[in-house]
Design a protein around this ligand. Structure first.
Ligand code: PLP
Length: 363
């Protein structure tokens, strides 16, 4: 069976360095907010081309904390793509603000900028963009709208570590960005982790307190904060893996390009790279669309290829968002009904990629 994602093989490539990093943390005797987190924050900020990175517990908290730091909450509205992993939307709800869902473009899967303006009201405070499946959203168009209406741009960069747009990295394209280091992400820890990047000094300062009970100094609490810290162990592991991120992303691009150039089957709709720049996609996932998805997935399984669905149920049809269950978001629903993710990872072998193409072409 060709696995959808082989996390063990991915991390085994760096096992010596990772084991050393873990031993060093163990013997340091310091496990929370120490020199590893500090060093990772400096290195990750430099990598993204921003002034500040703040390590937090996970990607959902990263987004939740950004809104909290901007005091976007009850009575405020945040524009968000309807077609995203539910965490993006949960971060808005967690602050008591109202998520306003906007349809994506069917070929890029990312938010359709032409659908944003009609959803803006006097309560709109921010646009939360998602670089879904690893592809940067259409930031030029989004920035234009944000400037016109004086809105903050918050990037959900959980699937797009390292992607480049107009010469700049994801994480530096808006006012602030949230990253996840969940193990399966392009930059993944061996557990949960996340970070916020920003050039906003004041925001960064507030976030450093908010992630730590609202405190800069022990037992002095200035804000009603959370406990949401990246731990030393994960930071040490991420420092090892960050060095290889560009190389890993390049391997993903090569696999994606092989798929794009060689899959030729009228039943299988391939993903589209917008922006005309291969660096603007880091292929967290390679997602195709097929009319009879169940049949296609079963066929691939029978031929030894494991696939996944990202995602089977759109957020507005989830029980958690019962108030939206009767909404009709045609494009979002069409995407959720037809998407299938083919195997994609930096350790996928060329012979396996070739086999997948052959099997897909024979469907
Ligand atoms: C993974 C993910 C998140 C949440 O990250 P966690 O670290 O799992 O909390 C948010 N948004 C998107 C688009 C994601 O893929």
């Amino acid at each position: 069976m060709i696995p959808f994602l082989d996390l063990k093989a991915m991390n085994n490539r760096y096992s010596n360095e990772i084991e050393k990093a873990i031993r060093d943390v163990l013997s340091s005797g310091w496990y929370i907010l120490g020199k590893e987190v500090g060093a990772f924050e400096t290195e990750f900020a430099k990598y993204c081309g921003v002034k500040h990175a703040i390590g937090v517990a996970n990607g959902l908290d990263a987004l939740t904390l950004i809104l909290k730091a901007y005091e976007i909450g009850k009575g405020d509205e945040v524009i968000v793509p309807a077609n995203t992993y539910i965490a993006t939307i949960l971060s808005i709800s967690a602050n008591g603000a109202t998520p306003v869902l906007v349809e994506p473009k069917i070929n890029s899967y990312n938010i359709d900028p032409t659908q944003i303006e009609k959803q803006i009201t006097s309560r709109t405070k921010a646009i939360m963009t998602v670089h879904l499946y690893g592809q940067v959203a259409n930031m030029d168009a989004i920035k234009h709208i944000a400037q016109k209406y004086n809105l903050k741009i918050i990037e959900d960069a959980a699937q797009a570590h390292g992607a480049v747009y107009n010469g700049r990295r994801v994480g530096s394209l808006g006012n602030a960005a949230g990253f996840s280091f969940y193990p399966g992400k392009n930059l993944g820890a061996l557990g949960d982790g996340g970070a916020i990047t920003t050039n906003d000094d004041e925001l960064a300062d507030r976030l450093r307190a908010l992630r730590n009970y609202g405190s800069y100094e022990k037992y002095q609490n200035l804000f009603k904060g959370l406990n949401s810290r990246l731990d030393e162990m994960q930071a040490a592991i991420l420092r090892v893996k960050l060095k290889y991120l560009d190389m890993d992303n390049e391997k993903r691009r090569q696999i994606a390009e092989y798929y794009l150039n060689h899959i030729k089957n009228e039943e299988v709709v391939l993903p589209v790279v917008e922006n005309g720049n291969r660096l603007s996609h880091v292929w967290h996932l390679f997602v195709v669309r097929v009319e009879n998805r169940d049949k296609f997935q079963e066929y691939l399984t029978q031929n030894g290829i494991q696939t996944a669905i990202h995602y089977p149920i759109p957020p507005h049809k989830q029980k958690a968002y019962e108030e939206w269950n009767n909404c009709c978001l045609r494009i979002t629903e069409e995407i959720h009904r037809t998407v299938v993710s083919l195997p994609m990872s930096p350790v996928l072998k060329l012979e396996d990629v070739k086999k997948i193409v052959e099997v897909v072409n024979n469907y």
